[in-house]
Design a protein around this ligand. Structure first.
Ligand code: AMP
Ligand code: MG
Length: 503
């Protein structure tokens, strides 16, 4: 493993060393503006992720220090970094905004990790940039910690996602409805290129620039597609594949992203932008948590339909590269767009099959799964716990899952059908139960637990609840004695849970 070493700078101070290689800055002029972070006044390192630092080929000890804090707080630009704010556009709730961009984020640079993957290191909440418009460029502590928890939790659940390397407080207040402690998240992504980045180039009518971006994205994310007969079409298909798999994995864990605007959908297929997201407790298809999603555009069950809508916006930017004959290009891309939903359904069904313990395929599986979901909705059952406790039914205890349904008897007929199907599937019960426990988490970021952790951190400067919750969420499939409270849904109240954009 290549480890970073400490370097001595001109002031004779030792500091953590990043081996930055800034291909975005080198290759994509016009898609960014160079700028600097606003200094923090009294920065404090609240959370650091040494395992991720190792994975990135960085020295965790050198980073978990005053010198690391100086970097994570924006006070020192590390050697080799060429900080920049990326430009992008995007459809926000269906309406097009031609100029968004990093209004409160700064790309420090790219590092090549220990697996030879190129990863972006970005500060989020580091102050104003030329894209800030009316915003202050800052982030409040609560949303920064929320993104840390949920991103790391998603990673542990096996969902592709950006990661959290560090969270610091800046010592500055940020003003939202009240004055709040300011904070910066250091985010790691396989890149920050979005559907909206392509839309930015296309909206400016600069074909050469869009082609440069596509070539860059191909080389960085889907190098094999460069050898295809039609590389840009193959690239589109690769993005479709990654995003279809991603949304299926969200659906399989009950995750609601909340703001699936095209500027928040990555070309890599990683989940990004943990503003108003949340996990569903009781299964309800129309669940919406975000206070600004008044029409429920991004409700749980709408996510698979938004997927092709967003990808169609990407397709529109690629038309002229797919075929010189515009009509033919549109015909070819339209055909690909029509295949998105069936592809998504294949991923979804594969995920659901493994959640109910099936390792073979039967044409009736889809009905079996949908019947379970329908019953869960009618009987107000908890999404995560039903799937987790199904394995107990294979170990001879059906009561624990049965009792999750308001009318427990509703489960019995389905259980019989399921068990019959399992007989046809083969496999010994305990082996199957263990396989199910590896795909059905017991711990997810439950909203009340997340709020409890954030509120202790923000109002009492107490990081203990956050630390405990993070520890639980990083091993979501392993039941731990004493952690029962983390597995339980929130006590039912009349006030629906609401999230805010975290700006
Ligand atoms: P988001 O809702 O986080 O996807 O952000 C949408 C757009 O608003 C992006 O261009 C952000 O950079 C920008 N933005 C969000 N919050 C702020 C802020 N506090 N200051 C400046 N720009 C912001
Ligand atoms: Mg965003």
């Amino acid at each position: 493993m290549v480890k970073s070493t400490e370097t001595v700078d001109e002031n004779n101070q030792t500091g953590p060393h990043f081996n930055f290689d800034n291909s975005f800055a080198r290759s994509l002029e016009g898609f960014f503006v160079s700028c600097k972070a606003e200094p923090s006044v009294a920065p404090k390192l609240l959370q650091f992720n040494p395992a991720l630092a190792e994975e990135l080929g960085l020295d965790p000890v050198a980073l978990d220090s005053e010198a690391g804090l100086a970097i994570f707080s924006g006070n020192v630009t590390p050697d080799g970094s060429e900080p920049l704010a990326q430009a992008y556009a995007g459809h926000q709730f269906g309406g097009f905004a031609p100029k968004l961009g990093d209004g409160r984020a700064l790309l420090l640079g790219e590092v090549i990790d220990t697996q030879q993957r190129r990863r972006d290191i970005q500060l989020k909440g580091s102050g104003r940039t030329p894209f800030s418009r009316g915003g202050d460029g800052k982030a409040a502590l609560g949303p920064v910690l929320r993104e840390y928890l949920v991103a790391e939790g998603m990673h542990a659940l096996g969902v592709p996602t950006t990661r959290a390397l560090a969270a610091v407080t800046t010592g500055r207040a940020v003003y939202r409805e009240t004055s709040l402690p300011g904070a910066i998240l250091t985010r790691v992504a396989s890149s920050h290129i979005r559907v909206g980045t392509f839309q930015f180039g296309a909206a400016r009518g600069d074909t050469d620039k869009v082609r440069e971006l596509a070539d860059y994205a191909i080389a960085r994310h889907y190098p094999d597609t460069a050898n295809a007969e039609n590389p840009y079409l193959a690239f589109f298909e690769a993005v479709v594949n990654a995003q279809a798999a991603l949304v299926a994995s969200w659906m399989n864990v009950g995750f609601i992203h909340g703001v699936m605007n095209t500027d928040n959908m990555t070309i890599s297929g990683e989940t990004i932008d943990y503003g108003p997201c949340a996990f569903m407790d009781t299964y309800a298809r129309d669940t919406v948590f975000s206070s600004i999603d008044r029409q429920g555009r991004y409700a749980y069950a709408n996510q698979p339909a938004i997927l092709p809508w967003n990808l169609t916006r990407l397709a529109e930017t690629l038309i002229r590269f797919v075929d010189p004959d515009k009509d033919k290009a549109i015909e070819i891309l339209t055909d690909k767009v029509h295949r998105i939903t069936p592809l998504y359904e294949t991923y979804w069904l594969a995920g659901m099959r493994s959640k109910i313990g099936l390792s073979t395929e039967d044409p009736l599986d889809s009905k079996l799964i949908n019947d379970l979901l329908r019953m869960m909705e009618e009987e107000h059952a908890d999404f995560t716990l039903v799937f987790r406790r199904l394995s107990q039914a294979l170990r001879g205890d059906s009561e624990t899952v049965r009792n999750l349904f308001e009318e427990p008897a509703a489960f019995d007929e389905w259980e019989q059908r399921w068990k019959k199907r399992l007989e046809q599937d083969g496999t010994e019960a305990e082996v199957r139960a263990q396989a199910m426990d590896r795909v059905n988490p017991i711990y997810i970021p439950r909203n009340h637990k997340v709020e409890e952790a954030l509120s202790a951190a923000v109002n009492q400067a107490d990081m203990m609840p956050f630390t405990k919750l993070l520890a639980v969420l990083t091993h979501p499939f392993e039941e731990v004695a004493g952690c029962e409270a983390y597995a339980e849904p929130a006590p039912v109240t009349d006030i629906p849970y609401q999230t805010f954009c975290g700006t």
